[in-house]
Design a protein around this ligand. Sequence first.
Ligand SMILES: [Fe+2]
Length: 421
Amino acid sequence: MKRRITLAFTTLFTLVLLVVVYEQFKGRVKTWYSENYIVRATKFPAGPQPDQVCLTWSGDPKTTQAVQWRTSTAVTDGAVQWRAAADSGDEIRETVAIQAVIADRLLENDPEIHRFTAHLEGLAPGTAYAYRAGSKIADTWSEWAEFTTAPESAASWSFMYLGDPQLGLDYWGELLHKAFAARPDAAFYAVAGDLINSGSYRDEWDNYFAGAAGIFDRRPTVPVLGNHDYGKDNRPQMYLDLFALPTNGPNQIPPECAYSFRYANALFIVLDSNLPPEDQAGWLEEQLAAEDRATWKFALYHHPAYSSSPNRDNPEVRELWGALFDKYHLDAALQGHDHAYLRTYPMKDGKRVATASDGTYYIVSVSGTKYYKQEPHDYAEVQFADTSTYQTIDISTNPDRLTYRAHDFDGNIKDEFVIEK
Ligand SMILES: [Fe+2]
């Protein structure tokens, strides 16, 4: 009898194992096949006119600005012309761009483009600059647009945080434009990963930049790597080719996957939760310790420490990074991945604490149209599903105050909290 039970149990276990292995294998074969054989087309093929103009920071936001754009491969030179916006008589300066080829051989109508990146340096803090990007040889230029460098200090300033765009990028673009119209003063747009669905499909990146047209060319974006931004061969190659980012991340992981920067009185630490948290923990602690005098500290990464969906726990993120957030008192962790909205109570050491001065807020949100179900959690102060949101974070001094708000598509405030120091 005992032997029969053992045999039945072993058979059942083997069958379950086989099904799991088969499902994994089938998923990988499907991904491999679609990445290598399924021909696609982009709705936005490149031309001689620069488009997808996008601002990021790879250096100090006070004194540098990276500008990126694309053209067809017929254009073989790139430059940014710029001057202080306040003085139209100011001499126009010029920064030559680096040119790269981005190839997606399965895009039948536009398999190769040129991507240009110009690093503007020696800028003055808190100053508006006018610029245009393009080709001197072809004499094709983007429209003049303006960006503003980070201030030395500011009585008040704001930024935006958005969760996963990923799917429904038309709708996401509308949401983004609503956010921009409501709060043109927001200095930059942080996006917490899964910018698109398939990291090595350039047609999806084209949809992403089409949604952000008219915004990312005048407000820098701060991208974060999600699992879907990793593409072919499990590398985020296209993401890295598209965004010039700081190279001050951990030595144990590839450059630009994680990075940090200061903006006014705040520290921002971007982590790559696709890669081992332990490879980034030492660097994370160095950043937090070195910038301990920053009034506000934020971490941005994709896989949440406190998940909103069942079976999506990330204990290493919570335990390894969370312990450092506790030690150096992070104000808020801005996350994605779970396709719903969840904001915790202030948390410390895995437990709810009385006030924000004792702990950290952990937030999950979604800005595209892929929604997952939620289950109730004792750590959640606010949670809701099936709603895309954008978040405004307003920071002011005297006294030091942070006002956080989550807005839905129509601008309704869905969540709000204030931290005072
Ligand atoms: Fe994700």
